[in-house]
Design a protein around this ligand. Sequence first.
Ligand code: UDP
Ligand code: MG
Length: 318
Amino acid sequence: MSAALALSIVAPCYNEEAGLAAFVARMSAAAQAAVGADYELILVDDGSRDRTWSVIRGLSADHPRIVGVRLSRNHGHQLAVTAGLSRVRGRRVMVIDADLQDPPELVGPMIARLDEGYDVVFGRRRQRAGESIFKRATASLFYRTLAALTETEIPLDTGDFRLMSRRIVDRLNAMPERDRFIRGMVAWLGGTQTEFLYDRDPRLAGETHYTLRRMVRLAIDGLTGFSTAPLRLAMILAGFGLLVAGALLVYVLWGFVTHSATPGWTSLALIVVFFSTAQLACLAIFGEYLGRTYMQSKGRPLYMIDEIVAGDASEARD
Ligand code: UDP
Ligand code: MG
């Protein structure tokens, strides 16, 4: 490990030809100021349709610190980051967008914070300049809904802009799940994590690739990846159905006893009440098993050990 670089930077790039050179210039200067030449900048071309890859090739020919990784097609932001993270060689790893919305100059202060003994320093957005009210409102709603429905404490208003210790990145890379919601996975890993408040800038060039459709997908990935609450809906409905059925039962039987009901209605009502409640109950049971199978299928480790102390030093450390 001692041969590891001081810093790896991973930047996913999709159709970023216009702003990439500016990003690399600012990012390299900031990294150079923070750790000298002891860093690498991994640019992952996520199957861009513009000239992003040839820009990356050109930049890597000029800068020895740049590593270009080209994905075979567009795999999406989260997988592009995943691909970059799988190739890091540094002791500290930064994930940053290539569109200059996350200021590269924060790398120095974030390293200082990480070196105080944290595993993760995640950027938390104080402001999001240049983004529509709609985007800000939906993002805010999403983060809060997610927080309400999951047991993992996923920090609010936090994207993937962050600095991590290599230990966390190795653990993240070892998580085999396919639908990756990285900010949630990092939160799930635990360890010591702290926020770093910053103002998100407007995009330098080009436009956002997170269309409404992609945002909804990401939201669904986040929600289903960390919560089986939606599956529990049947359980809630069944409970509610049971209450209604109880009340209905009294009403139906009262009609039968007082002969005020149309003949045939009693049995019909009873059948409907009984079977619909039974069906919801069965769905709820399915949901419980399915939820467990689903979580198991993610193949996540059961727990993470941060530290072990033993008086006689016979216990190995992590
Ligand atoms: N990105 C990517 N693949 C995609 C979409 C986006 O690698 O399919 C990259 C993009 O180049 C940028 C980062 O992910 O560096 C964030 O994307 P974007 O700026 O479009 O999202 P926003 O900042 O608007 O949420
Ligand atoms: Mg952006």
